[in-house]
Every structure is written in C-alpha cells, then in structure tokens.
Design a binder for this molecule. Sequence first.
Ligand SMILES: [Zn+2]
Length: 320
Amino acid sequence: MRMTTAGIALLLAAAVPAVVVLGTGAASTAAPASVSTTAAPVVAAAAPSVLRAAGPVPSSWEGGHAVAVAPRWWPQGKAHPSAAWPALWPKPVAFSPMRKGPLSGLVIALDPGHDIGNRSHVSLINKKYWVGLTKTCNTTGTATNAGYPEATYNFDVVARLRRLLVANGATVVVTRDRNSASTYGPCVGARGAFPSQEKAAFMVQIHADGGPASGRGFHVIAPALYQGYTDDMYIGSRALGNAMVVGMRTQGFRPATYLSKVVQIRKDQGGLNTSDVPTVTVETLNMRNAADARLAMSSAGRQKVAAALYAGILRYARTR
Ligand SMILES: [Zn+2]
C-alpha cells in the first residue's frame, strides 16, 4: 500500500530520536515464560556462522543492543488514513548488529504474529479496519492441543531468529517488544506499515498454522498482485517467499502435507496488503499436528525453525 502519510512518518522519525535503551526491568517483564535461559540447542546442519550464534538461549533481549523504536502511525482505513499506536499495544523495538557479517548494512523487519494478550482484549481485537479488505484488528492465533499458544511460539522463534541475524551483521526491527497478557495487537495494518517506516528492506512475519491434525509441515503466504496495494512489492515478495521455502528445507522441514502448494498467493492478508516492501508470512509448522506440536514446544525445535528462517533470509539477501 502506498501511503500518503509518508511525510508525517518522516517528520515523526526526525522529531523522535530512537535512543531509549530498554533496561533490565523491561526485559524481565517482556520475556515470555517459555524462553529458556539454559537450553543450548544443537543446530546440526547449520552453516558455521549459525552455529556460533545459536549458543545458549538467553532472555529475549540479549544478543544485540535493544533500542526502543518510537511508535509511528498506522493505517486505519480509507476514512482514517493514519493514527498513533494505542498505549495498550506492544512497542516496536530495534536491535543493532553485534558484528560485521554477510547481512551488514541490511535492516530486516520481523513480525511475531498475534500477542498473548489478544485473548483478554476481545472487543478491541475484533474491531474492524480496512486493509485492502475489511478485517479485524488481529486474532488470537492458534495453539497446540496441550495449550502452548502460537503467540508465545512466534515471539520465541523471532527472538532466536533475531539473535542469528544481528550476529551476522543485520539491524533487526521487530513489530512488538513483548508477549504480554496486558497488551494486544498491533493491528495487522500497523504491522504491514511497519517495515517501510523503519526503512527495512523486507519483512518476514512468523506464524504457526492451526491446520488439520493429520497434516504437518510449513507453508509460505505471499501477496497477490493487488493494484494500489501490492503492486510495489508483490514481485519481491514472491522471491522472498521462494527463498524462505529453500531455507526451511535446509533444516529438513517439509511443505505442508495438507496444501497443494507450498507458496500460497493470497489477496486477503492485511499485513501483506499494507506493506510497501517485500513481505511474506511463514506458517512454520502446524500446531494441531502432534509431531509438529512437539517441535513447537521444545526449545531445540524452535531453534531449528529459527535457523531455517535465517537460512531463507540469508538466501534472499544474497540474491535479491
Ligand atoms: Zn498466526
């Protein structure tokens, strides 16, 4: 979506220097209970740079230098083109590179889908907005049969992926800084508008599917050509999607057995329609499938997913 309010965003960017370093207090409230501080996942098939960065998994703010990003505007629809981020939303956050590497110079946006607090803010989550179609602000996401929520999984995988990226030279901007019962959102339109506001080259949205229990595997959702919305980024998104498929395969993940195509081209995704840079959603596994649920609920499994996503991003960065 081409935004007429880009000038406003630039003004805000100039007026609000993002130099607020998150303290340890913020870290302890922001880190989800599921983030292990002791696990040392093994990433057997990973490239050497990935192995070095995999290490013990610390709290979600370690690895890279966390800098709060001033919340910007977000598209509310045709009648109300932009608005400030509500106070109840998690805040966006940026991480600077830890060292030089193959991704040096790149700003990469990550979007961990949903928020654990969505389920306790039902009326706000169900408010409808125009994002190329009328959609609710967000949804609660799925969960494993044992009750491990997708929002928590997404947040944990993004924390691991972000560590790999900053260890290999990238600057990483993330749409939400916490997975908290007291926050909700951001709405999908805000997630879509986020990467270009932060001058990111592209965005990967991390999700897990709630598919049929009998099927397992990953798939990627890329935007269809939608004039006025995705015409500026659908070709790049297709390339990003294909790279993510290759990346997922490097760690042994297989395309979803319950879909005919591993890359689903869709026009109904608000976060894709409203983005101005190449953007895809990776449905990394199927939480309703017993084998995939075991992967999702183990720190080694989530590290493997992060390593696969890293491989896909590295591939796209080298070929785009
Ligand atoms: Zn989801």
